[in-house]
Design a protein around this ligand. Structure first.
Ligand SMILES: Nc1ncnc2c1ncn2[C@@H]1O[C@H](COP(=O)(O)OP(=O)(O)OP(=O)(O)O)[C@@H](O)[C@H]1O
Length: 528
């Protein structure tokens, strides 16, 4: 690693009277991977957007190789060798892998886009990442991790010296995240600098050479490599006196004795090949699986978002029609999607975004009772540590805070089954602990909770039982007590990953079964 080539000092940005980042300094060396860590709403994304030219600072300066630079738009930053890879996927679905890599930067010959040179450019960028992808493949055919690699390749195809990655692994399983981390380390070895924003401390510990801590709109820490560990990272997000609160232990054995609330029998559709399981009142059941395992599809079909081609889903013995979200809500199925852009009402304030799930409760005989609504929403937002005025437009909240609002929405309603899809993606460690605590409390009131998450520690902290899906089939049901990440991982890839002893799988489902003829699972997911 050589001396600093990028320096920012005194960067300040505010939205109206709200200061998002103030007096921020940042110094980067060639080939450095700098983690960026801090609580939700701290100002991390704002700082990244200033460096990437998506926002312009009120004051402060940036220098590249000692010379002052000022970016008025992202194109200025790109021309200076800085590219931002945002958290949300920005790929053109109708274009190939190669076309997506060169999108907006197509090499031209005599003014015309050169298909040959575009392809070469894309292949070179993908090669540098070690991504073995067919440049002609449709980008829609790729797994989430490969799509993410295409987005990183796009930055490399622009000869970026600094690549800013915003939560690049937020919705990826650990092995898949590993592909991103390996690529980042390999590219950093060639002299490219990375700013790596993440709430996943495992990633930061593995990949970062140094960490910038952001808190309350200020840069509050600059940790060298030998100071990067779980305790220092947690303390950047949560004050030291809250450390124990931030990482709560899983209760020894959750009291799971209720009757079946959610029954899924022989579910088919998409990759699913006859998946059956039960979730009892008071139980928290997790589903783990790699991309393409079918975990996402189970969630979408049970929630009534996607239609199923076969099988039965019932809640409290009431069969839900296929692909009917309204009927599912009426039957008491709450759903918090992993992709918050599917859940927020962007043109509405925080209050409406939270109260919408339960509007009839805030009025009597059709007359609204705004005070009751406000009181309830204040209680719910406090429970997920979402601070600030309820009248703020939700789109002005940081990503993690939007996620908290969506979660609070479903706490307002008395539901039978709560479906959580990556419930704490982009949420800081402190609020994550609060959300886990709320989930446990909701389960204790008798709800059946189903959690699909790529975050293995979350499954282990939260769940009484973890079902593992592989290529559309249920391959294991692992009891929560004593469960380890390596045991879940091993079941996900159908092979032991290390020497850690595996709990014996309780259930091994056949890869397929004729419609309507599959045996039912008992309460613990065992087949009878
Ligand atoms: N366009 C905007 N209008 C008004 N306020 C904004 C806007 N963008 C960000 N903010 C506010 O600036 C503050 C910093 O937000 P920012 O997105 O930078 O936080 P963050 O650290 O990236 O959070 P997260 O980890 O949740 O993504 C927050 O209070 C947010 O509500």
């Amino acid at each position: 690693m050589s001396g600093p080539w990028f320096e920012a000092s005194g960067l300040h940005k505010q939205f109206g009277s709200m200061v998002a980042i103030s007096e921020a300094d940042l110094t980067l060396r060639a080939g450095e991977v700098r983690g960026v860590v801090g609580p939700n709403g701290a100002g991390k994304s704002t700082l990244m957007q200033l460096v990437a030219g998506s926002l312009t600072p009120e004051h402060g300066e940036m220098r590249i190789d000692g010379a002052p630079v000022a970016f008025r738009r992202p194109a200025d930053a790109i021309a200076a060798g800085i590219a931002l890879v945002p958290q949300e996927m920005r790929l053109a679905p109708n274009l190939s892998v190669a076309d997506n890599v060169v999108l907006g930067n197509e090499p031209r010959r005599y003014g015309w886009v050169s298909a040959r040179r575009s392809r070469q450019l894309a292949e070179r960028a993908l090669d540098r990442l070690g991504a073995r992808l067919d440049p002609d493949a449709a980008v829609t055919s790729l797994s989430p991790v490969d799509r993410r690699l295409v987005m990183v390749a796009r930055a490399l195809a622009r000869d970026a010296r600094l690549v800013i990655l915003d939560e690049p692994t937020a919705a990826l399983a650990p092995q898949e995240a590993g592909a991103i981390l390996d690529a980042v380390r390999a590219i950093a070895g060639t002299g490219v600098t990375f700013l790596y924003v993440s709430h996943r401390f495992d990633d930061i510990e593995q990949v970062a050479d140094a960490v910038t801590g952001v808190r309350d709109a200020r840069v509050v820490a600059d940790l060298p490599k030998d100071k990067i560990n779980r305790a220092t990272l947690v303390s950047l997000v949560s004050p030291v006196d809250e450390l124990s609160h931030a990482v709560p232990p899983r209760p020894a054995a959750a009291a799971v004795a209720g009757s079946t609330v959610l029954a899924v029998d022989d579910l088919t559709g998409g990759p699913l090949q006859g998946v059956s399981f039960r979730v009892a009142s008071g139980e928290i059941v997790g589903i783990a699986g790699l991309s393409g395992s079918g975990a996402d599809e189970v969630m979408a079909m049970v929630a009534g978002i996607d239609p199923r081609t076969g099988g039965v889903v019932s809640v409290r013995e009431k069969i839900l029609p296929s692909g009917d979200r309204v009927r599912a809500v009426r039957a008491g199925v709450a759903y918090v999607p992993g992709n918050r852009t599917l859940a927020v009402l962007p043109n509405h304030d925080v209050r409406s975004n939270v109260s919408i799930s339960n509007l009839p409760a805030y009025g009597k005989w059709g007359v609204p009772a705004p005070q009751r609504e406000t009181a309830t929403v204040l209680e719910l937002t406090a429970a997920v540590q979402l601070e600030g005025a309820l009248s703020r437009p939700i789109s002005s909240l940081s990503g993690g805070n939007q996620q908290k609002a969506v979660f609070a929405r479903w706490m307002a309603r008395d539901c039978a089954a709560l479906l959580l899809h990556d419930p704490t993606a982009g949420v800081d460690v402190r609020a994550r602990a609060e959300i886990h605590q709320r989930v446990r409390e909701l389960a204790a009131t008798g709800m059946a909770v189903l959690v699909v998450t790529t975050d293995l520690p979350e499954l282990i902290e939260l769940c009484d039982r973890v079902l593992v899906l592989d290529r559309g089939a249920l391959v294991a049901s692992l009891p929560g007590d004593g469960l380890t990440e390596s045991a879940v991982l091993a079941a996900m890839v159908s092979a032991p990953l290390d020497a850690a002893p595996l709990p014996a799988p309780l259930e091994v489902a056949p890869s397929s079964a004729p419609l309507g003829s599959a045996p039912l699972n008992d309460q613990n997911g065992r087949r009878s």
